[in-house]
Write a protein that binds this ligand. Structure first.
Ligand code: ATP
Ligand code: MG
Length: 243
């Protein structure tokens, strides 16, 4: 059932993530067709956030989604999702989801272009790439030009990659990124190229580690600037109001 408010958001060109407590931080959802970078250290909940975004899209809005992973195998993702009651294998059978695992040896020249055309043909409205960090570590050798310095190749790759993503019609993308490896990620460039930047932290607070989320940037949006507690609950990600 799509609520009236949700319909209004669609009309306004918003893609509702459906992640509890999140959409109101970004004026109703991700701007339609945008690329959003989700950055955080290991174990902060980036992969779960991405799965949650696609599961909600399929389940609540009947929208197709593609999850591209360079980090985990299929079973590990299916098992992780199951813990929150998300049956991804069923969504795949129903034609609402595709899980794609990329192996390093597949990253030959032209592979990304083929992948994007596959995503487009599937009619995906939501795309998650987990992660840009792994992609930029693994891909440049295949895409590198003769005599190009590695550092420059990664920058050029991120630039061309995000640019090509913008050409896929009507798709709203979440790109995850390891924030602890800024040197490899060229995170300043990625943050500049993406329409939105969300950061998740996992830091000591009052004697224990707590997760929190901030929306650092969201083009075309009046975004909130507060730091919000993030919980990984039994139903998935929950963003809490500040007390
Ligand atoms: N069922 C669950 N309930 C509560 N917390 C969970 C559950 N399953 C996993 N977690 C927490 O989520 C973390 C993993 O989340 P996730 O895989 O999304 O992190 P990540 O940011 O993608 O990490 P990485 O950068 O290593 O890929 C675990 O370390 C654990 O703390
Ligand atoms: Mg992950």
């Amino acid at each position: 059932m799509i609520f009236k408010l949700d319909m209004e958001n669609y009309i306004m060109g918003r893609v509702i993530t459906g992640i509890k407590g999140f959409d109101k931080l970004v004026d109703g959802g991700f701007p339609l067709g945008s690329i959003v970078l989700l950055s955080g250290q290991p174990g902060t909940g980036k992969t779960i956030f991405g799965l949650n975004y696609l599961f909600n899209g399929a389940k609540k809005f009947n929208e197709r989604g593609v999850f591209i992973t360079l980090e985990e195998d299929r079973n590990s993702l299916l098992e992780q999702a199951k813990q929150f009651g998300w049956d991804l294998a069923k969504l795949e059978r129903d034609g609402l989801l595709q899980l794609i695992t990329i192996r390093t040896f597949e990253l030959k020249k032209g592979y990304m272009e083929q992948l994007f055309s596959k995503v487009e043909k599937f009619g995906a409205k939501r795309l998650v790439i987990d992660s840009l960090s792994s992609l930029s570590i693994k891909i440049p050798t295949a895409y590198m030009k003769l005599n190009e310095v590695n550092d420059f190749a990664i920058r050029r790759f991120i630039y061309e990659f995000t640019d090509k993503l913008k050409d896929i019609n009507g798709i709203t993308t979440l790109l995850t990124q390891q924030s602890s490896e800024n040197l490899v990620d060229k995170s300043d460039l990625a943050e500049f190229m993406c329409d939105g930047v969300i950061k998740i932290s996992f830091e000591p607070m009052g004697g224990k580690y707590s997760r929190s989320l901030i929306v650092k940037k969201m083009r075309r949006t009046r975004n909130e600037e507060d730091i919000h507690p993030l919980e990984i609950s039994k139903d998935g990600i929950v963003i809490h109001d500040i007390k």
